[in-house]
Write a protein that binds this ligand. Structure first.
Ligand SMILES: Cc1cc2nc3c(=O)[nH]c(=O)nc-3n(C[C@H](O)[C@H](O)[C@H](O)COP(=O)(O)O)c2cc1C
Length: 188
């Protein structure tokens, strides 16, 4: 979880304390909970990495496609550009701690599979690894890269989908990025 003071500091760093910027952040803060995914990549040298992402979406039925938005400063950004492949992973809610580590440490500095204990499994279509025990995962090849401010949207075509255990997925619960489970409201 991120403290409120750190959020304020980060907004000030990025936007220089403008009123408009804090209004934008306040307004976006009302969207939670947000489904959180992981994306794996593998460097051309063979090193696997994992990034935690809240900014993602499904974009097409036929062919099946998804989009992920990745900041230019992330280690994963360079790997996505260089390899043109990723696996989009839907984690179960009990991976909150692992997802936090993958979302706060960089693959430049740590081996996230080693640190989290998550197990990489070979995929069928791409060299980026699947993760054992994920609720669902999608092997993707990048079909488009759309620069959007300080992030780039990578649009991936799904070449293979894999089902794991049927468990509640993981959510980012609030602007402090507390991670946990959300239950569907009964009767809806
Ligand atoms: C809940 C959560 C959601 C995140 N969503 C995104 C996102 O959508 N896009 C992004 O670029 N970074 C996002 N991040 C930040 C990255 O996961 C984080 O900077 C990570 O350490 C980058 O790893 P890498 O340098 O190995 O690529 C998120 C972090 C958390 C905790």
């Amino acid at each position: 979880m991120v403290s409120s003071a750190k959020i304020a500091q980060k907004i000030a760093e990025i936007f220089g304390g403008s009123d408009m910027a804090s209004a934008v952040e306040e307004a976006f803060a009302r969207r939670f909970p947000e489904a959180v995914v992981l994306a794996t990549t593998r460097s051309p040298e063979g090193k696997p990495n994992i990034i935690t992402l809240g900014w993602w979406m499904r974009t097409s039925h036929k062919p099946p496609m998804v989009a992920i938005s990745v900041a230019h400063k992330r280690f994963s950004y360079g790997l996505l550009v260089r390899t043109g492949e990723f696996v989009l992973v839907i984690p179960p809610e009990e991976w909150a701690e692992a997802a936090w580590l993958c979302g706060t440490k960089s693959g430049r500095d740590v081996d996230k599979f080693g640190e989290t204990g998550l197990k990489a499994v070979k995929g069928e279509k791409v060299s980026a690894p699947l993760i054992e025990g994920a609720v669902a995962q999608f092997e993707c090849v990048v079909r488009a890269m759309v620069p959007t401010g300080d992030h780039t949207v990578f649009v991936g075509e799904v070449l293979a989908a894999h089902l794991g255990p049927s468990k509640p997925p993981l959510y980012s619960l609030n602007r402090r990025l507390e991670l946990g489970g959300v239950r569907a409201v009964s009767g809806v």
